[in-house]
Design a protein around this ligand. Structure first.
Ligand SMILES: NC(=O)c1ccc[n+]([C@@H]2O[C@H](COP(=O)([O-])OP(=O)(O)OC[C@H]3O[C@@H](n4cnc5c(N)ncnc54)[C@H](O)[C@@H]3O)[C@@H](O)[C@H]2O)c1
Length: 441
């Protein structure tokens, strides 16, 4: 006898109808083939996912803001509602979780959900420390093939991502030597906001703070528009990682998709003066990434907040807000999310070394990003930005922040997850939590 999940998987993988022993037909659109989803963080980014989830059975809604919760409950009246995600994850019969909360709770929710056998779509960034993203990745790898996961880097579905990958893999710039990604977003804050009044009744502020050290309430943390409120809190160390986790998650993904990279062996970084409360605006970091079977070891760099890689001839990189530059033995490829440009390096670069792919070898479009995950939950569990792919990428970025804090080049053992030449750096791979919160519960 198949359980409900096996039925889901079989009907969708087969794309058709299944005759059960009791004679009932189960088609892909039958109510029993819908995922029972918990949406945690229902407004803002969570609101943006509601349309995509409305074809499934949204069985649980969770938000620390009871006004947001009440609004979402109007759209999904059948859903049970919660203010504490730990309670929400106890609900029986769930299949999957979509997590759209603050960055400092992502890894917690992802781990708890996977530990309960649930598929997870988690908004970027996957965690707020190297340790957090490593635990998430380990939990995913333990469940690979059973659980479908996706980091919410939906720009990945832009066709340009795979056009760039094809050009790099097919040798359009010769042998790959170096990759630089950058972003110019600058949001400067002096420190945590001062205490200002009491939290409103509809806001469970203590749950919003969650595992992080306490900071007094200030309405400023909640003053942004839907989908942009993260810009009111993601620069503070206890709530986010600044542009590393914000646009860095999207922009480095454009590079990462073309690299087939593992974890770095070292990281170094420099930027503006360290502020113990706020992540740096201006920063550059450089990581050594080992060779693989098609390219040598390369340097992967990230620049933000005004720091920029040197522009190649003919292109002023500063005109590209968020972009990537690949440098190869025979030229340079510059790209943003929607466009790409190849500059062969000099007269010797005659492009004879490069053959465009025939149409049938071009990587097919991935389609809707959220839907890829929904289908994977019901089918083969494979997604483009699973917690292994996306986890390693954000681990590299967060390691760069550790190097920045230590102020020296750090050597990294990616198997053990240890900084091997700095005790301080090794300690900074983890964050401190308030008592009562467990990362891997
Ligand atoms: N993929 C993208 O393009 C994209 C765009 C915007 C935001 N994001 C990501 O989405 C996440 C949310 O960003 P936002 O701007 O919507 O933030 P937000 O501050 O508006 O929070 C979204 C919702 O989550 C709720 N929430 C916060 N903490 C919670 C908790 N512990 N438990 C339950 N509910 C909680 C809030 O009350 C709110 O309703 C961030 O991690 C951000 O990085 C991604």
């Amino acid at each position: 006898m198949m359980n409900r999940r096996q039925v889901l998987r079989t009907t969708v993988a087969g794309g058709g109808l299944l005759v059960l022993r009791n004679g009932m037909l189960k088609g892909a659109d039958a109510p029993s083939n819908k995922l029972n989803v918990a949406l945690i963080g229902v407004w803002g980014r969570g609101g943006a996912h509601q349309d995509g989830l409305s074809k499934e059975n949204v069985a649980a809604l969770c938000d620390v803001d009871e006004n947001h919760l009440a609004e979402a409950a109007k759209r999904f009246p059948q859903a049970k509602t919660y203010v504490d995600w730990r309670k929400c994850l106890e609900q029986k019969g769930l299949d999957a979780v979509v997590c759209c909360t603050t960055d400092h709770t992502h890894a917690f929710i992802a781990n708890w959900a996977m530990n309960r056998g649930l598929h997870v779509f988690c908004e970027k960034p996957l965690g707020n420390s190297v340790e957090e993203v490593r635990v998430v990745r380990a939990n995913y790898l333990k469940n690979k093939g059973k659980l479908a996961t996706q980091v919410g880097t939906q720009r990945h579905s832009h066709p340009n991502f795979n056009r760039v990958r094809e050009l790099i893999r097919d040798g359009a710039i010769g042998e790959l030597k170096r990759v630089c990604a950058w972003g110019d977003r600058q949001i400067r804050r002096p420190g945590y906001l001062p205490a200002q009044g009491d939290p409103p009744k509809h806001l469970n502020y203590d749950l919003w703070i969650g595992p992080s050290p306490h900071h007094p309430y200030n309405p400023g943390y909640f003053s942004g528009g839907p989908g942009a409120n993260c810009l009111q809190w993601n620069m503070y160390w206890d709530f986010g990682s600044g542009q590393i986790g914000d646009m860095g998650s999207h922009t480095m993904d454009l590079a990462w998709n073309a690299l087939d990279a593992g974890l770095p062996t070292s990281a170094e970084a420099k930027g503006e003066k360290f502020n113990p409360e706020v992540t740096p605006v201006e920063l550059e970091m450089h990581c050594e990434v080992p060779a693989n079977d098609w390219r040598p070891a390369i340097r992967v760099s990230w620049y933000q907040g005004g720091a920029m890689p040197k522009s190649p001839a003919w292109v002023n990189l500063k005109t590209i807000g968020h972009g990537v530059m690949f440098t190869g033995s025979k030229g340079v490829l510059v790209a943003d999310f929607g466009a790409r440009l190849i500059i062969p390096s000099g007269d010797a670069a005659d492009m004879t070394y490069y053959t465009p792919r025939p149409k049938e070898k071009v990587i097919p479009p991935m389609g809707d990003f959220l839907n890829e995950w929904i289908n994977a939950c019901k089918g083969n569990r494979r997604t483009s930005c699973d917690f292994d792919y996306g986890g390693k990428m954000i681990e590299l970025m967060l390691l760069g922040l550790v190097a920045y804090r230590v102020g020296q080049k750090i050597e990294y053992d990616g198997v053990a997850g240890r900084v091997t030449n700095s005790d301080e750096g090794d300690g900074l791979l983890k964050r401190q939590y308030r008592p009562g919160w467990s990362l891997n519960g």
